[in-house]
Write a protein that binds this ligand. Structure first.
Ligand SMILES: [Zn+2]
Length: 264
């Protein structure tokens, strides 16, 4: 049975109650880490052998609240004598800087004790992760709308950010989407044409009613809301009640907390 363990469900603001974005999707004994916000290595260690058993890390984009825990995770895997190969899927523009970042922290790839592979996402190109398990990245424009540019600043660098669609099962009967961060919920529309078992969606960069407008006719078994803006995080009961009222066709609406484990 597929399951998701939510390690960090906070927003990009530091919080004493919620950690940065990270979750484990487990299917058929395979574990995918979706984003690696801090302090995911500690939370993985708390969960026993999961740190050793992660098969792949899928990074939606390079914002620090989604990737800042990566070096500590690699160091932890090295110190715990992991030997199993690890593949990190990520935006292409991040590959070279991330390899430099790891090296600057004395995490020499050849010295980790396990093979490390970096694979750049290509928009809408499906990656096979194993038997009956695949992921397809869908580019979104989140990173093009999140700067506070100074007058005259040139922000023309490429800014890759993805939502991830994950299929599992011979009949592709389990279909999950992790929104990553978005600039608008409209960016989910191409992913809502077919029924979804699970949608893990952020709610920091747009309003609850904008999201409800996009989801009102969607077929979604479970909607998990994460990465809530501060005002929404303070009143989760109101958010839950309001969304259940606005989205009667959605099977379950869940606002998971850090450490929560859900089976689907
Ligand atoms: Zn972001």
């Amino acid at each position: 049975m597929p399951s998701i363990s939510f390690l960090g469900t906070g927003s990009g603001l530091p919080s004493a109650e919620r950690f940065f974005s990270s979750a484990i999707l487990s299917v058929d004994g395979r574990n995918l880490l979706i984003d690696a916000g801090e302090p995911c290595v500690h939370l993985l260690r708390d969960r026993g052998d999961v740190l050793q058993e992660i098969d792949a890390i899928l990074l939606t984009h390079g914002h620090v609240d989604h990737v800042g825990g990566l070096p500590a995770l690699l160091q932890g895997a090295m110190l715990l004598e992991r030997t199993k190969p690890l593949t990190i899927y990520l935006p292409g523009e991040m590959v070279s800087p991330f390899r430099d970042w790891i090296r600057a922290l004395y995490l020499t790839e050849e010295g980790l004790g396990f093979p490390l592979r970096w694979v750049a996402w290509i928009d809408q190109e499906t990656v096979i992760l194993g038997d009956d398990l695949s992921v397809t990245p869908y580019a979104n424009t989140h990173l093009q709308s999140c700067y506070r540019p100074l007058p005259g600043a040139n922000l023309s660098r490429s800014c890759d950010s993805y939502s991830l669609e994950i299929y599992h099962g011979a009949g592709r009967n389990f279909r999950a989407v992790f929104s990553g961060d978005l600039s608008s919920p409209d960016e989910l529309k191409p992913l809502l044409a077919d029924p979804l078992s699970v949608l893990v969606c952020e709610l920091s960069h747009f309003s609850m009613s904008e999201l409800a407008q996009v989801l009102k006719d969607a077929s979604v078994g479970s909607l998990c809301l994460v990465h809530l803006s501060e005002d929404l995080a303070e009143d989760r009961e109101y958010l839950q009640e309001k969304l259940e009222e606005l989205l009667p066709k959605i099977g379950d609406i869940i606002i998971p907390g850090d450490g929560e484990h859900l089976d689907f």
